[in-house]
Design a protein around this ligand. Structure first.
Ligand SMILES: *Cc1c(COP(=O)(O)O)cnc(C)c1O
Length: 390
């Protein structure tokens, strides 16, 4: 006799309904908004023209004709895909050119390009520390630094945000129990826009025999005389590991690690997120090379960005609006209450301004995150200030 078919009361996927429900109840639910225009200060979002104050395209390069042409030229020369992993068929002369350009921008021996900044951090951290090692990271570090720590199997301990006293205490308490130690930090914190005390961190690392990994995702192109990042602006010359992205001020896609020739040589042999994935596309690579050339030579673009930062900063101060920090193109205005933050973001949107609410779990307290670009005009910035004053 055949068994009765079982009519399942539930399916193995029912938990999705319950989980989505709790995300909604916590006001954590997020969804995408569709952009139908070229990257720039003005964007078409969900069919409406908006002033863009949320983009990481700090220098406006993602819509720059020279990057577009470079991407087209690279595609004409090499095709659309790089066809394989870097160690097999996917290593193009264009990749070498980009890696040389990054090392020159950063004044380091060598660089390695990954498919994204996220993968660069995951792969690097997992390759350089393991079960016998310690990672001390700023509690507000980007997700990929934290996930890299998990993947590595090292003991990962957070120190309080920007708190050198806490970092020192944790070094004293834990350092001696481990083989290697890696200190990790964003240079410019992605959600708050404040800056890591890199000089002091380097000194502590030196004192306690630690490696340092600095994530320059929001620093590259923005800080430093040649756009080399906060590390360059602070004149840090010592050996350290710098990670970054090609997708923010550089207007392309991809990530990189830069440092000593030995480090890069080692990563080519040990970073799984570089070895087992396809090389960066010719278009992205070509665009990034063009971007680095512009970033190194066109100070005017960076100066324009910093003028806009100064203008907005002055405006906020005149209105008595507090931002977490005023030292970078990222200005975070903490509202605290999630519904109220969402409502402010919504009312800005109704006024044609895109400056989104950033909420838990991305950050601890809800805030408006505003980012400035070199391509904003003073009147666009004034419009944002007028709306904020209401
Ligand atoms: C955006 C960002 C990354 C990830 O870079 P992608 O190239 O977008 O993957 C890494 N670290 C920080 C601090 C970031 O802000």
């Amino acid at each position: 006799m055949k068994p009765e078919p079982v009519t399942p009361l539930s399916t193995p996927y029912d938990w999705l309904d319950r989980s989505l429900d709790s995300i909604h109840k916590a006001n954590w639910y997020r969804s995408t908004q569709t952009v139908t225009s070229k990257a720039g200060a003005i964007a078409m979002i969900d069919g409406r023209e908006m002033l863009m104050f949320a983009s990481n395209n700090y220098l406006g390069l993602a819509g720059d004709r020279r990057l577009i042409d470079a991407a087209i030229n690279a595609t004409e020369l090499y095709g659309t895909g790089s066809t394989g992993s870097r160690l097999v068929t996917g290593h193009l002369a264009l990749h070498e050119e980009l890696e040389t350009a990054i090392a020159d921008l950063k004044n380091t021996d060598a660089a390695l390009v990954f498919s994204s900044g996220y993968l660069a951090n995951l792969g690097t951290i997992a390759a350089i520390v393991g079960a016998r090692d310690l990672i001390l990271g700023d509690e507000y570090n980007h997700s990929c630094l934290k996930k890299g720590g998990l993947l590595s199997g090292a003991t990962a301990i957070d120190y309080q945000h920007l708190d050198l006293g806490d970092l020192t205490a944790k070094l004293q308490e834990h350092r001696a129990k481990y083989r290697r130690c890696l200190i990790t930090t964003d240079s410019v914190f992605s959600m708050d826009g404040d800056l890591a005390p890199l000089r002091e961190i380097m000194e502590l690392a030196n004192q306690y025999g630690c490696m340092v990994l600095v994530d320059e995702a929001h620093g590259t192109g923005v800080f430093g005389d040649r756009g080399g990042g906060l590390t360059q602006a602070l004149g840090i010359q010592e050996n350290l590991i710098q990670v970054g992205t090609l997708s923010k001020a550089l207007g392309s896609l991809g990530g990189y690690v830069t440092g000593s020739a030995k480090l890069i040589d080692y990563l080519r042999n040990r970073a799984a997120t570089w070895i087992y994935t396809t090389g960066l596309s010719p278009a992205d690579t070509g665009a990034a090379i063009a971007a680095i050339r512009i970033v190194k030579t066109e100070n005017a673009l960076r100066e324009q960005l910093w003028q806009n930062v100064a203008l907005f900063k002055q405006g906020l101060q005149n209105l008595g609006i507090q931002a977490i920090a005023l030292d970078s193109p990222i200005m975070a205005i903490v509202v605290g209450d999630i519904p109220q933050t969402l409502q402010i973001a919504q009312s800005l949107k109704e006024n044609g301004i895109f400056a989104p609410a950033i909420r838990p779990p991305t950050v601890r307290s809800a805030r408006l995150r505003i980012t400035l670009m070199a391509t904003h005009t003073p009147s666009q910035i004034q419009k944002l200030l007028d709306c904020l004053s209401k």
